[in-house]
Design a protein around this ligand. Sequence first.
Ligand SMILES: NC(=O)c1ccc[n+]([C@@H]2O[C@H](COP(=O)([O-])OP(=O)(O)OC[C@H]3O[C@@H](n4cnc5c(N)ncnc54)[C@H](O)[C@@H]3O)[C@@H](O)[C@H]2O)c1
Length: 272
Amino acid sequence: MYNPFSVEGRIAIVTGGLGQIGTQISTTLAQAGAKVAIYSRRPFSAEQIAEKFPGLEDNIKVYEASVTDKDALEAATDQLIKDWGVPDILVNNAGIDSKPDGDADQNAPFEVYPKKYWDDIIETNLTGVMLTSQVVGSKMAEAGKGSIINIGSMYGMVSPNQALYAYREERDGKPFIKAISYAASKSGLINMTRYLATYWAKKGVRVNLVTYGGVKTGSFDKEFIDAFLERVPMGRQADIGEFSPIIHFLGSEASSYMTGANLVLDGGFTSW
Ligand SMILES: NC(=O)c1ccc[n+]([C@@H]2O[C@H](COP(=O)([O-])OP(=O)(O)OC[C@H]3O[C@@H](n4cnc5c(N)ncnc54)[C@H](O)[C@@H]3O)[C@@H](O)[C@H]2O)c1
């Protein structure tokens, strides 16, 4: 039966595929019959895979590779090609942000924001996507096929609204500023996506960006959620299951004429 939405038999890489959203993306692709190679900073045994992804063990492998380490990315990709073949899909999902409860200076006012946090976040979120795309995309371009999907954020399209975080200063008695680095890294992905989309357009490699808004997790303060939801036209956060069907779509033939696009899943946050 004709089904342009199928990803069955496709080979997909998901960087950071053991994290919150990455686990969901890997599960969705594997359940749809894709072979999923997770690139992880730490080793993950076959037993751990069976425990985390029950019933999907045959479709999921974990390769140890940090997105900031080109040699490790090359070794993992060479091994993946031997194991399964040239990848059809690359999801550049690995990403880091400043931790709200980390060292106080991670959330320091911009005037005194330490460069070390900027370096870490740019290195993972921007340089990591560039390196992974270089290593994997080159193999895709050689094979004349591929779909690269970068994972962006609404904070790559608009600045974080500092008013959403003001309660923390009132509560904790010290300044709390949502840092510049995550926003700058994610906005960099918007044009890196266009750059690579046009660069590889005639080689059969499509490159698109998916911009996510806030997803429901247990880790947010009530004060933040209340203030945040007032600014979301749909009045709610995403359920995590709402984030992966778009990856399935971009990995399939159904999106074959789409490249350089930014698909926004944010409940309308950036429309106001
Ligand atoms: N959670 C949200 O609300 C939200 C909103 C918008 C965008 N995003 C984006 O979605 C993506 C996934 O976020 P998440 O919420 O699942 O975060 P997460 O922290 O749960 O997962 C990120 C994963 O990336 C891995 N990772 C970090 N650095 C790496 C490196 N150098 N090499 C390989 N893996 C590395 C981590 O170990 C982790 O498994 C990120 O790019 C994030 O910026 C998240």
